[in-house]
Design a protein around this ligand. Structure first.
Ligand SMILES: Cc1cc2nc3c(=O)[nH]c(=O)nc-3n(C[C@H](O)[C@H](O)[C@H](O)COP(=O)(O)OP(=O)(O)OC[C@H]3O[C@@H](n4cnc5c(N)ncnc54)[C@H](O)[C@@H]3O)c2cc1C
Length: 315
């Protein structure tokens, strides 16, 4: 049971790689952190299968990795609350955080780490959920190496889609980009690079109507031309969605500065515009978006919170 009248040193919001790494560092530094796990305990990795780029583990299930990191934080004394934050008040100190519902008393803290991550945007078409991690992915950097000499569909027309397409050509794949608009929206240099690759084909004015499979894995897609309404099947072994990510920052929007997409703006790696509130992971990172980088940000945020609290206490 977490005390509501006590002013805690540190509350960490989110239990993905960023929040859990922050928890290990903070617990080891005797800050007795409270971690509010949120709607997706363990974060995005729990929803994928094998991770092949976590240092020290050639291959590990995402859910197993996150369980290990959580146990590591528990070992050093971190306390977990299996609820979601519903509102916050950062206007005065101590900071107030409501979890579960707004009827219960707020948790009070001298410092906060926000590590609420991001949610990839989805197509919401038939087959997408069924073949999630069985050919459907939102992370080419993560899952691309699983496909070589295959037929790949990439959905999107921005820089991420172009980067994904170029990355996936390294494995001798045949790639089809499906773009909803009449042209690509990526930077010209990225477009030029993609257009120079004969193994990449682009279909415009179109979307994916359905993802097909054999119950084990993706086998194809149905592409719909939104101008003519004509549909066509296309064989595919994998579908990478590159249609954007939504940083989970809405709860904090009235207090913290964000960019156009909703990433919380930071200075000095982890500092928000309010002293004592630190940010880590995909909720502020629009560039790297990897488990190891999120964990790195979590480490930095915990060290910065520790320094901030030390200065407040004059130690
Ligand atoms: C399909 C897929 C495969 C991937 N594969 C790899 C890979 O192989 N290797 C790799 O390095 N990276 C991979 N990634 C990327 C990696 O998962 C992310 O970069 C990483 O998880 C970001 O960590 P995070 O802690 O910032 O956020 P997240 O993992 O997104 O965690 C966010 C946390 O915040 C919590 N939260 C959200 N809202 C609230 C709230 N209101 N109150 C409390 N908590 C809240 C959630 O419950 C969650 O615990 C993959 C991503 C996807 C989608």
């Amino acid at each position: 049971m977490v005390e509501t009248k006590k002013i805690h040193d540190l509350i960490i919001i989110g239990s993905g790689p960023a929040g859990l790494t922050a928890a290990i560092y903070a617990a080891r530094a005797k800050l007795h952190p409270i971690i509010i796990s949120g709607p997706n305990p363990g974060g995005q990795l729990v929803k994928t299968t094998y991770i092949e780029n976590w240092p020290g583990d050639q291959t590990i299930l995402g859910a197993d990795l996150m369980e290990r990191i959580k146990n590591h934080a528990l070992h050093f004394g971190a306390t977990f609350i299996n609820q979601s934050v519903t509102s916050v008040d950062f206007s005065t100190k101590p900071f107030k955080v409501w979890a579960g519902n707004n009827q219960t008393p707020a948790l009070l803290a001298n410092s906060i780490i926000i590590a609420t991550g991001a949610k990839p945007k989805l197509l919401n078409c038939p087959g997408e959920e069924q073949y999630w991690s069985k050919g459907v992915s939102t992370c080419a950097t993560c899952d691309g190496a699983l496909y070589s000499e295959k037929q790949i569909v990439i959905v999107g027309g921005g820089d991420t889609a172009m980067e994904d397409a170029l990355f996936l050509t390294r494995f001798n794949n045949q790639i089809t980009i499906v773009q909803i608009g009449e042209k690509l929206t990526a930077s010209q240099i990225m477009q030029d690079r993609v257009l120079s690759k004969p193994q990449i084909k682009i279909i415009y004015h179109s979307t994916i109507q359905e993802i097909l499979g054999n119950n084990q894995h993706v086998t194809g897609v149905i592409i719909k031309n939104l101008k003519t309404n004509i549909t066509q099947p296309l064989p595919a072994n994998a579908v990478f969605l590159a249609i954007g990510l939504k940083p989970m920052s809405d709860l904090f929007a009235s207090h913290l500065e964000t960019d156009h997409y909703g990433h919380i703006l930071v200075t000095n790696q982890t500092h928000s515009n309010i002293p004592g509130i630190f940010i880590a992971g995909d909720v502020c990172d629009n560039k790297y978006r990897q488990a190891i980088t999120a964990a790195g940000f979590g480490c930095m945020a915990a060290l910065d919170a520790e320094r901030y609290l030390g200065m407040q206490k004059g130690s």
